[in-house]
Write a protein that binds this ligand. Structure first.
Ligand code: GDP
Ligand code: IMO
Ligand code: MG
Length: 422
């Protein structure tokens, strides 16, 4: 069986969309394993920019089948909008997208509760797409699943029971107006007709295809440092973007995985709240944002920026079992005299041995930097590794040595062509 897992090794927005699109040329199936429309994955092909939220980033390859796994929480309207967007660009998606019957649905009350939570005192800075509340319902065993769309009586019963509960919560705890049952029931009954053709037992499908020798690329959304178990909790998303999530989120065994690729930017960004040790609030941070166009693909929010955090990346390599790195946005560092990399954290003046997971420690850590000479020349047109200036190659090799992982792909621009395979 041959499944590659590709995931974000940092705090999301590493350029996964570009790399997944690129690797999709050599696979039969691309399968998204967690998250929802909180993701924004940018793919630039033939001068057109596509931002995908739910549909796997392999969709621009006409022979690739795209699977939305059971681990995803699916907003039906966001999905249908994305289908319409792709079709309006002449991309045929019919018969090429399969949604797991076991995935959970995002309901309007999830988005409402998400936004109400963000008005409180402890803001996570979510994307407002209802992700946390939908996963809460999943784990509280009251969620509405895709398969429920196929049984209207069960669907109506579940939605009504949920809305009764949520309305109590909304009026008594949140002091908010309540929601109308009939409107939601009507719209979700309608989604059945629109989604029917996509629904499948995707775990069975993936296992059968893998057994038949087909190649699968499992696509993670968000990033390891936003993982609900291994990220900077509570400033995380509500799913497992780490490699283990690929198995639970697709229903394929760990033995099916033959390689794990981590995508990392050549520097670090984070959007939303939470600890970010190498963040630079002004100066170089602003420069990185400007040169790298660091604004959220889903919400348009400015991303917080800083130098490459190798210490957190080493932790990410460990937790995910990353065997190869796809390094993106190296071109963004072209103009700097000196580039810095964080090679450790200090806490109360003592170096930490491992990545800290308690908020108090991580919020008070101080990054330890190593300075490397910049290369001061444009690399966007480099076609091979040898075309890169010496300083740039030294930067890549410093990273490889520190992480003990091979950097197999170097990305020097947003397009497919601006990629160097090593
Ligand atoms: P994702 O969520 O990991 O798929 O990443 P996003 O799409 O949210 O953000 C990455 C951004 O960087 C997008 O605008 C990409 O088009 C862009 N991008 C990807 N790779 C490169 C690169 O190597 N250089 C530059 N300059 N931009 C890139
Ligand atoms: P892609 O797949 C970057 C962040 C949010 C917030 C936290 C929780 O494009 O890399 P949520 O809406 O998930 O409950 O928000 O997670 N976040 C992302 N940051 N890239 C993403 O996706 C993200 N998806 C969620 O900003 O801090
Ligand atoms: Mg993104």
């Amino acid at each position: 069986m041959s499944m590659k897992v590709i995931l974000g090794a940092q705090w999301g927005d590493e350029g996964k969309g570009k790399i997944v699109d690129l690797l999709s040329a050599d696979v039969d199936i691309v399968a998204r394993y967690q998250g929802g429309a909180n993701a924004g994955h940018t793919v630039v092909v033939d001068g057109k920019t596509y931002v995908l939220h739910l549909i796997p980033s392999g969709i621009l390859h006409p022979n690739v089948v795209c699977v939305i796994g059971n681990g995803v929480v699916l907003d039906p309207q966001a999905f249908l909008d994305e289908v319409a967007f792709l079709e309006s660009h002449g991309i045929n998606v019919r018969g090429r997208i399969l949604i797991s019957h076991n995935a959970h649905l995002i309901m309007p009350y999830h988005k409402l509760i998400d936004s109400l939570n963000e008005q409180g005192t402890s803001k996570i800075g979510t994307t407002g797409r209802g992700i946390g509340p939908a996963y809460i319902d999943k784990f509280a065993r009251v969620g509405v699943k895709i398969v429920d769309l196929l049984h209207s009586d069960i669907l109506v019963k579940k939605i009504k029971a949920n809305i009764e509960d949520k309305n109590r919560l909304l009026s008594k705890i949140y002091n908010s107006s309540t929601i109308n049952v009939d409107e939601i029931v009507d719209s979700y009954l309608h989604y059945d007709e629109q989604l029917d053709e996509f629904i499948k037992d995707t775990s069975l499908y993936l296992n059968q295809e893998l057994k038949a020798g087909k190649k699968v690329l499992a696509e993670g959304a968000q990033g390891a440092m936003l993982d609900v178990d291994f990220g900077t909790y509570p400033y995380v998303t509500s799913s497992n973007p780490t490699s283990g999530g690929a198995c639970t989120g697709l229903g394929v065994p760990p033995t099916a995985i033959d390689s794990i690729i981590g995508v990392s930017k050549a520097y670090t960004t984070r959007v939303g709240n939470g600890p970010f040790p190498t963040e630079i609030k002004e100066g170089i941070g602003d420069q990185l944002r400007k040169i790298g166009g660091e604004y959220g693909a889903t919400t348009g929010r400015p991303r917080r920026c800083g130098w490459l955090d190798l210490f957190s990346l080493k932790y990410s390599v460990m937790v995910n079992g990353i065997q190869e790195i796809a390094l993106t946005k190296l071109d963004v560092l072209d103009g700097f005299d000196t580039v810095k990399v964080c090679v450790g954290y200090k806490y109360q003046d003592k170096p930490l041995k491992s990545f800290p997971l308690d908020l108090c420690t991580i919020e008070d850590t101080e990054p330890v930097y190593e300075s490397l000479p910049g290369w001061k020349s444009e690399i966007a047109n480099a076609k091979s590794y040898d075309d890169l200036p010496h300083g740039c190659r030294s930067y890549v090799e410093f990273m490889e040595k520190y992480l003990a992982v091979h950097v197999r792909i170097v990305s020097v621009g947003a397009t497919r062509e601006q990629t160097i395979a090593r």
